[in-house]
Design a protein around this ligand. Structure first.
Ligand code: BES
Ligand code: ZN
Ligand code: ZN
Length: 472
């Protein structure tokens, strides 16, 4: 998509649709004859300019554009939803161009509009016959003054859409080796990529990744992406992502319904890959490590078993009480590796627990940390990005729920506080680096369309991570 700012006239602009961004106050204000007609028709449909609300009409030759969309806007978050709705509607109708009137000026607004348009216009349609695919937006003209915000927003959107593609793609396409190959494709003069195969993972002592991965004919991969800015780095941070490319549950097998969308279980790794993509496109002056553990959690003759005691990468032993609590085992080894890098902060992302979905639903990711500064930074970045991130408690005194008979801990803590005990488990694998864990099990993947995000992978936390990195 290309975005151009400039002077636009309703009566002359050549485009597939005109978008008028309006607030409730606009509806009562002075207007041109054309606006009078459109606003009147919208009122008749009970349009009240709520954020992201759309009233769409044919223009019957009153202006050159064949369609006009009246879309409700307001503050930054409302503007994001309005732009998202414009992008969504355009894709529904297969429109290639839009002309937007009523957009606020400034870099911040331009960035919001670009990311919103792209998020709404996104569809995963590469598996559809070409005749069933709707055209994407190619050109958007916006009435206003040009600035760098739109180009920055388009780059963030490109990174986020990469994550959405990876999460949406079927597990036959995205498996440990192919996910690692996508990471490798990001390599450049500022970004190096190191990949360990299953033998190396085992010989290095990563007992968690090895055990979870051994039940599949698609062997595990461990990936370390390392971005170093050309100049001096102000800070160094590490991102860690859960890359379970399919979670069947292992021998503690899931129900068919519970397994249906478990290709999304690599969304944490997907978010890390998306953030690294954003980093490579925008080149911040912060050193960034992206670490992902990629496995398929399958049920097979070689699967790890209940009662197994794993030797983890940090030397602790874990007793297996449920093979479906596999994410924390993979993450544990990745966190130990990340902790050794001496970064200023480490943040992990995982579709870790169903309990987090029960607690917070599809809009909020859970934030678990005792590092106040990291909590503050991530929360601000999420607010700027319009993403839901809700702080959860991480009390030490729940740790006894993980106490084991024959190892240091069990891999499950029982039904109560399931997302908290999972986070406490992870905390045992970070010793020296300020650390935060984000459980994205709800927002990473939508079963049905929400606002301007079509169902499926959402690219949750990609924008938040990038803005947090830049704010360091
Ligand atoms: N990948 C799942 C968590 C999940 C559930 C992600 C729903 C997205 C949507 C995870 O590996 C899992 O199965 N967790 C178990 C843990 C339990 C066995 C302690 C769960 O949440 O039921
Ligand atoms: Zn699982
Ligand atoms: Zn899982």
């Amino acid at each position: 998509m290309q975005i151009h700012y400039g002077t636009l006239e309703l009566n002359t602009v050549s485009t597939d649709a005109v978008v008028l961004l309006v607030t409730a106050a606009h509806l009562d204000g002075p207007k041109t004859d054309f606006e009078k007609q459109v606003y009147g028709a919208a009122r008749a449909q009970k349009f009240s300019a709520k954020p992201g609300e759309v009233a769409a009409f044919p223009t019957f030759g009153l202006i050159p554009a064949p369609h006009v969309f009246l879309i409700g806007t307001g503050n930054d978050d409302h503007l994001r939803r309005a732009a998202g709705a414009a992008g969504y509607k355009a894709r529904e109708l297969g429109l290639k161009s839009l002309a937007i009137f009523g957009a606020p000026e400034g870099e911040n607004a331009a960035e919001i509009i670009a990311t919103g348009l792209a998020a709404g216009n996104y569809r995963f349609d590469k598996y559809r016959a070409s005749k069933d695919r709707k055209a994407k937006l190619e050109t958007v003209h916006i009435a206003g003054t040009a600035n760098s915000g739109a180009q920055r927003g388009l780059k963030l959107a490109e990174a986020r859409n990469l994550t959405r593609d990876l999460v949406n793609a079927p597990p036959a396409e995205v498996y440990p080796e192919s996910l690692a190959a996508v990471c490798e494709s990001l390599a450049s003069d500022t970004l190096t990529v190191t990949i360990w195969d299953a033998d190396k993972i085992k010989s290095e002592g990563m007992g968690g990744i090895t055990a979870v991965g051994q039940g599949s004919s698609n062997p595990a991969r461990f990936v370390h992406m390392h971005y170093k800015p050309k100049g001096n780095a102000r800070k160094s941070i590490a991102l860690v992502g859960k890359g379970v490319t399919f979670d069947a549950g292992g021998l503690s097998i899931k129900s068919s319904g519970g397994m249906q969308t478990m290709r999304c279980d690599m969304a944490g790794a997907g978010a890390v890959v998306g953030a690294m993509k954003a980093v490579s496109l925008l080149q911040p002056d912060v050193e960034v490590h992206g670490i992902i553990g990629c496995v398929e959690n399958m049920c097979g003759a070689n699967s790890y078993k209940l009662g197994d005691i794993l030797d983890m990468y940090n030397g602790k032993q874990v007793e297996i009480h449920n093979t479906d609590a596999e994410g924390r085992l993979v993450m544990a080894d990745c966190l130990t590796y990340g902790d050794k890098l001496g970064a200023d902060a480490i943040v992990d992302l995982a579709t870790l627990t169903g309990a987090c979905v029960v607690a917070l639903g599809d809009y909020y990711s859970g934030l678990f940390t005792n590092a106040e500064q990291v909590a503050g930074g991530l929360s601000s970045a999420a607010a700027v990005s319009g993403e839901g991130l809700w702080r959860m408690p991480l009390p030490d005194f729940y740790k006894p729920m993980l106490k084991a008979e024959w190892g240091h801990f069990k891999n499950v803590g029982g039904r109560a506080a399931g997302s908290i005990t999972a986070a406490l488990f992870l905390s045992e694998f970070v010793e020296q680096t300020p650390w935060a864990h984000i459980d994205i099990a709800g927002p990473a993947f939508l079963d049905k369309t929400f606002r301007h995000l079509t169902c499926g992978g959402t690219g949750a936390m990609v924008e938040t991570l990038y803005r947090w990195i830049e704010s360091k």
